[in-house]
Design a protein around this ligand. Structure first.
Ligand code: FES
Length: 84
């Protein structure tokens, strides 16, 4: 109950390099958010190239926790650690 602000954000890099790899991860995050019933709280957004293309795909949680070479398994771990 109480107010629900969209207070958590998952950012995925939509730059040229990352977007080749991140569509599966993006879907994975969206599914996780939905399964956890957190669509009111969590936003999944894209961001521009972060300059870490060598580590594509890049995902950032809350704009300050950025991770590279993210796999769908990493996505689950990140979600459990930072969001769920
Ligand atoms: S394209 Fe994602 S960091 Fe450059």
């Amino acid at each position: 109950m109480g107010k629900k602000n969209k207070e958590k954000v998952i950012l995925f890099c939509d730059g040229k390099k990352c977007c080749k790899y991140n569509s599966e991860i993006k879907e994975c995050f969206k599914d996780l958010v939905q399964e956890a019933g957190l669509t009111d709280i969590v936003t999944v957004q894209k961001m521009k190239c972060q300059g870490f293309c060598k580590s594509a795909p890049i995902i950032c949680i809350h704009k300050n926790e950025c991770v590279g070479n993210v796999s769908t398994q990493d996505a689950k771990k990140l979600f459990e650690k930072h969001i769920a």
